[in-house]
Ligand binder design. Structure first.
Ligand code: PLP
Length: 368
């Protein structure tokens, strides 16, 4: 944060008056150029800076796509379980939602019986909430499906920046040859939540149409913040921040996995973590995820029941586990508290925090 403050102070002191004027709906050009360079290198996205729009986040990017491409009654496929904020937004535009199940290779391509799909919303880099990275075979199959059915794909690249193992797989957008993928990501997750800056990469033939709609809604994202972010990227601070935080998170992942497996065997089956800032733990069939999350909250352990992200009943319930904001000692304490809670629940009893110790410290995930 101190580096951000330094870059911001310098930018504000020396801001030329043209930074106080309005800019193009797609945003501050030097930032669009920096984002295009970054996405080409880090995510395998194929784009020119002209295709990059700076938005306030993935939510605005999806809102723009829905405004432009959806008519009430259009069918949209979403992952199930999936990001509820996307489904709610799409429903608000009158979309008919069809769930795509998610397996170990990512979202499953809709079957032939699912017809007239206008848009599919997917999170291939790090499926939300299960954390699976979509395999290359599945990416190609999804693109082939989009070609055959003439559907658009909205690729939400949220939480893609940190990878701990496995080879990086290029974004769907970079594998697409037909201009059927709209790609979006955010800076709020990797920098700080209130930043509210993200990007949308659109096929070249849609640039004008999307710019026209954006100029009628939000006009453009705030220019001074864009200029600060641009300096932060161009001067290399952004990549240094990612490298530094990757090491911090890699340590947290290994504590969660190693200690979790040691203490929670038979109680919570924690999935391996290839990328991102959260994973899932699967519960024994007899334990309700909502109840487990509620009881864990009494110990200030914040875990999210997977069922709140699911449209259909899950075969097995589970908990979403975030590790970004929790240092190793706290992670270990959290694992021990979960062990107490889940042991009690498997015996069909509950345990109160007073039985352990007074905890006042929140383990609510915070971004770095
Ligand atoms: C999977 C996923 N996509 C998108 C968003 C929203 O992104 P933004 O904050 O950039 O609008 C969230 C927020 O939690 C999310 O979990």
């Amino acid at each position: 944060m101190s580096m951000w403050a330094r870059v911001a102070a310098r930018r504000l002191r020396g801001a030329p008056t043209k930074l106080l004027w309005e800019t193009s709906p797609f945003g501050y050009q030097p930032l669009r150029e920096a984002v295009a360079d970054h996405l080409q290198l880090a995510r395998g996205v194929r784009c020119s800076w002209e295709q990059v729009a700076i938005v306030t986040g993935v939510q605005e990017a999806l809102d723009l796509a829905a405004r432009i491409f959806l008519q009430p009654g259009d069918r949209v496929c979403v992952e199930d379980p999936g990001y509820v904020g996307a489904t709610r937004l799409l429903e608000a535009y009158g979309a008919r939602i069809t769930g795509m199940s998610v397996d170990s290779e990512g979202a499953v391509v809709p079957r032939g019986s699912v017809r007239d799909v206008r848009l599919a919303y997917v999170t291939p880099a790090h499926q939300f909430p299960l954390g699976v990275t979509m395999s290359i075979a599945r990416r190609l199959a999804l693109l082939d499906w989009a070609r055959r059915t003439d559907a658009l794909i909205f690729e939400d690249d949220y939480d893609s920046e940190y990878r701990y193992s496995g080879r990086p797989i290029p974004a769907l957008q970079g594998l697409d040859t037909r201009g059927s993928v709209i790609f979006a990501g955010t800076f709020s997750k990797v920098l700080f939540p209130s930043l509210r800056l993200g990007y949308l990469v659109v096929p070249s033939d849609l640039v004008e149409r999307i710019a026209a709609v954006k100029s009628l809604s939000t006009r453009h994202a705030p220019v001074l913040e864009q200029a600060i972010l641009c300096d932060f990227m161009v001067e290399g601070h952004f990549m240094r921040h990612l490298r530094r935080m990757r090491e911090v998170y890699a340590e947290r992942v290994s504590v969660l996995l190693d200690y979790g497996r040691e203490r929670l065997g038979g109680l919570l089956d924690i999935s391996p973590v290839e990328a991102g800032l959260q994973t899932v733990g699967w519960l024994p069939g007899t334990v309700s995820d909502v109840r487990a999350a509620r009881e864990a909250a009494q110990f200030d352990v914040e875990v999210v029941p997977l069922s709140i992200y699911s449209r259909k009943r899950l075969e097995r319930e589970g908990l979403q586990l975030g590790f970004a904001a929790v240092d190793p000692p706290e992670l270990r304490r959290g694992v021990e508290d979960l062990e107490r809670v889940l042991t009690a629940l498997t015996r069909n009893t509950s345990i109160t925090p007073g039985a352990r110790r007074n905890s006042t410290k929140s383990r609510r995930p915070r971004d770095a």
